[in-house]
Design a protein around this ligand. Structure first.
Ligand code: AMP
Length: 173
């Protein structure tokens, strides 16, 4: 069962950004110090006994708690961004959407082959974005310890695309 205090800080916005989508708005979670602290603690708790060198956050809402997790774990924080946003030498990974494709990018020097990495995003939907993040980070030779999400949309079965890895989500819908 979902933690009622944390669940109360997520709002359902029907038909946003498209008809038929129920958007999970995390704004109330960001606004409350108590909810932020509890969520950060819940996110890092499953990984606390492991040495994590890097938390990778996926643009853009993955940056918010990704940074808080990195601070709590005393780890580096690295951004995965949409194309054309990061300067310097970059690595990129294309992935399929329902219609068409998309690309994500990361700075080449951001992760070392010796790093242990945790991937974080706000919502796990179909899993396409997180799977692409995994492929991108995997090119560095780093060890990927698992995935961390605030919300998992269980009915979309995104977990199946990420199988074989430790995956934790705090709230389920
Ligand atoms: P996916 O690749 O399908 O797992 O989609 C994950 C990305 O889309 C995440 O970065 C989410 O921020 C966003 N996303 C997908 N569905 C929702 C939703 N219902 N509410 C909020 N964000 C969503």
């Amino acid at each position: 069962m979902n933690n009622p205090f944390l669940a109360q800080h997520i709002i359902d916005i029907p038909d946003f950004p498209k008809p038929g989508i129920i958007f999970k708005d995390i704004s109330p979670l960001l606004a409350s110090q108590e909810a932020r602290d509890q969520m950060t603690q819940a996110l890092i708790e499953p990984f606390q006994d492991q040495k994590i060198d890097v938390v990778v956050g996926i643009e853009s809402r993955g940056f918010l708690f990704g940074m808080l997790m990195a601070k709590a774990l005393n780890a580096k924080f690295v951004m995965i961004r949409k194309p054309g946003k990061l300067p310097g030498k970059i690595m990129s990974q294309e992935y399929q959407l329902e219609y068409g494709s998309d690309t994500i990018e990361m700075q080449e020097a951001a992760i070392k082959s010796t790093d242990s990495v945790l991937i974080h995003d706000d919502v796990l939907a179909t899993g396409g974005t997180a799977a692409a993040a995994y492929s991108l980070i995997n090119q560095t030779g780093a060890s990927i310890l698992g995935y961390s999400f605030i919300i998992e949309l269980d009915f979309l079965k995104g977990r199946a695309l990420l199988s074989g890895h430790d995956l934790h989500a705090i709230l389920h819908y």
